[in-house]
Design a protein around this ligand. Structure first.
Ligand SMILES: Nc1nc2c(ncn2[C@@H]2O[C@H](COP(=O)(O)OP(=O)(O)OP(=O)(O)O)[C@@H](O)[C@H]2O)c(=O)[nH]1
Ligand SMILES: [Mg+2]
Length: 363
């Protein structure tokens, strides 16, 4: 070909020359983290997001709301939902918590069912691992089966309860009437607390089981791969640089409540709720007025402490956590008020932001 004296020698076409350049296909979806109280769900959310969003505590029932964390990495966006621990509701707050968990299970594209493996007796885990290696099958002779039955290892023997994993299924833990729509990955968390040998045997004898330590990060990469494979191809649902969809004031209230859980006795934290009544953007330091609600006058006295020492300490630590989160100086104006028996009052439970306990999502 000759144009204006310039000779073009056409290069051989490569297949890609005919194709429009498409961006790499992304994956995105909702990853619901569910399980019994204290299993390590919030620790896992924080680990997945790489930031402390959800409050954690050795005391059970620390999470009361669905907490949203965003993880965007390697063309995949996970909208991670941390949920309140699954329990039998004993009051309206519990009902609202259960409602939040069930809704998150229903909305999920993938469910990570977190089990505290350190709470399962070691002998039950050992027996289960043992059995995975020696299942009785139709190929076993009757004599071999007899030996396995005697050892309690015959899968075909309905009386050998060792055939079951030594933890409840998600349906059992959540008392669901039917299995959730989304695929369920079982994550045995707190595996750092297991004897090393047992950990190795669990990992090798039972390939389907994901051993995890949300605390140390062990097993997280493998879990992320498992989850990613199950997410649908989709454009991102939120901007790639965001870490949550919830407002700052939500996290501020949670940090106050977490600090109260750390500093106050075992029972009192369950009676506490925190509301942010004012959040003055643009002020320096950032002005936040928070109210800790308790159920009785006697509890108010405990939170305030002798000479106001307790609330002063609580306010200082909570302020430091909030400052770290918002990245600027904060003036935390902290109050304590009595809202008598609020956990038993529908209006109060929903006014404190715990969803509508009337809305009972089906299982
Ligand atoms: N040893 C160990 N402890 C862990 C691990 N993950 C969480 N924990 C601890 O277990 C306790 C409960 O953790 P959370 O993340 O608050 O548990 P949760 O399931 O969110 O609890 P609720 O919100 O109350 O249902 C905390 O003291 C955590 O530090 C882990 O992998 N190993
Ligand atoms: Mg939690």
């Amino acid at each position: 070909m000759c144009a204006g004296g310039v000779v073009f020698s056409p290069l051989p076409l490569r297949p890609s020359d005919h194709l429009p350049i498409l961006p790499a296909m992304t994956r995105a979806g909702i990853v619901t983290v569910a399980g019994k109280p204290n299993a390590g769900k919030s620790t896992l959310l924080n680990r997945l997001v790489g930031e402390k969003l959800a409050i954690t505590s050795p005391k059970a029932q620390s999470t009361r709301h669905r907490v949203v964390g965003l993880r965007t990495e390697h063309d995949t966006q996970m909208v991670v939902l941390d949920t309140p621990g699954l329990l039998d509701p004993r009051d309206l707050l519990h009902e609202a918590m259960r409602g939040a968990s069930l809704t998150a299970l229903r909305d999920a594209d993938v469910i990570v069912y977190v089990v505290d493996v350190s709470a399962i007796p070691v002998h039950a885990l050992e027996r289960w691992v043992e059995q995975q290696g020696h299942p009785a099958s139709p190929s076993h002779s009757e004599a071999e089966r007899e030996i396995l039955r005697a050892a309690g290892l015959d899968r075909t023997d309905p009386l050998a309860d060792g055939t079951r994993a030594p933890w409840p299924t998600l349906e059992e833990a959540a008392t669901l009437e039917r299995a959730p729509r989304a695929p369920v990955l079982v994550a045995l968390n707190k595996s750092d607390a297991l004897p090393e040998l047992l950990r190795e045997r669990l990992a090798t004898a039972v390939p389907g089981v994901r051993l995890l330590s949300a605390l140390t990060g062990d097993g997280i990469d493998a879990l992320v791969t498992d989850v990613t494979e199950r997410l649908p191809e989709s454009p991102y649902l939120y901007p790639a640089d965001e870490v949550s969809t919830q407002p700052m004031r939500f996290f501020c209230a949670e940090f106050v409540r977490e600090t109260a859980m750390e500093q106050l006795g075992d029972e009192l934290p369950h009676a506490l709720a925190c509301a942010i009544e004012e959040y003055r953007e643009g002020s320096s330091p950032l002005y936040i007025r928070a109210v800790l609600y308790v159920e009785r006058e006697s509890q108010k006295a405990i939170v305030i402490g002798a000479g106001g020492q307790q609330i002063k300490k609580l306010g200082r630590v909570a302020r430091e956590k909030i400052e770290q989160f918002v990245g600027e100086p904060v003036y935390l104006d902290l109050w304590v008020k009595v809202l008598a028996n609020w956990r038993k009052k529908r209006g109060a439970v929903s006014r404190l932001g715990y969803g509508d306990p009337n809305a009972r999502p089906s299982a």
